[in-house]
Ligand binder design. Structure first.
Ligand SMILES: [Mg+2]
Length: 222
């Protein structure tokens, strides 16, 4: 990998928020509570670590429910994504998915897109497929988790000369100081804080290859 684009998953590669879809499977009451917690965290009003375990306890997701959300991620892929990745790949870019969501749910979409590296939170299940907790040591269960993973990736791939992060959330924007270019994506969710803080912003994945080509050629951050 010499040029790498790190993508957020929820509301960036796919129009859904995986946690919200898991919540929907549990009924309206649970859904409303979860949605409120997710939005507050994504808007930067409360810390991720305050809601992460609480949401999962409330969700109590089975392995089958997580697999079901995995299929939804694929069905609800954002328009133009595959074509954009193809074009970028031809131009020499490699891809990583970096998510505060669950690895078991995101893996099928990653496979569909040909992305081998997924950084996300591992869930634990018992043999019957019942929820038994999550990897509490994983950085994206906390605020500041995504920049921490990026620093680790940069150490792992020192030959990578150019890092781009693409995402819709405040937790994505936190990586701005770690990457050469932060692109805010507002095709699913428009967040003022991300839009104003990003080096570049787009609302259509079809625009991404040209945007990245132009800005990475110019070299320095805006
Ligand atoms: Mg997102």
């Amino acid at each position: 990998m010499t040029k790498t684009i790190v993508f957020d998953c929820d509301s960036t590669l796919s129009t859904i928020e995986g946690v919200d879809e898991l919540a929907r499977l549990k009924g309206e009451n649970v859904f409303q509570q979860i949605e409120a917690m997710t939005n507050s965290a994504m808007n930067g009003e409360i810390a991720v670590e305050e809601v992460f375990g609480k949401r999962l306890e409330l969700l109590n997701p089975t392995r089958d429910e997580v697999a079901d959300v995995g299929l939804q991620y694929i069905r609800e892929m954002v328009p133009g994504l595959k074509e954009a990745l193809e074009e970028l790949h031809k131009d020499g870019w490699d891809f990583v998915i970096l998510s505060g969501g669950f690895r078991e749910a995101i893996q099928p979409l990653a496979h569909e897109l040909g992305i081998s590296r997924v950084e996300a939170v591992d869930l634990r299940f018992d043999v019957a497929g019942n929820y038994r907790g999550f990897d509490e040591s994983y950085p994206t269960t906390r605020s500041g988790g995504k920049p921490q993973v990026l620093r680790r990736l940069k150490k792992e791939f020192p030959q990578t000369k150019y890092w781009v992060m693409v995402g819709d959330g405040v937790s994505d924007l936190e990586t701005k100081s770690e990457v050469d270019l932060f692109v805010g994506y507002g095709g699913v969710m428009e967040r003022e804080k991300v839009k104003s803080g990003a080096d570049a912003y787009c609302t259509d994945m079809k625009e991404l290859p040209a945007l990245i080509k132009k800005l990475s050629a110019s070299g320095t951050k805006s």
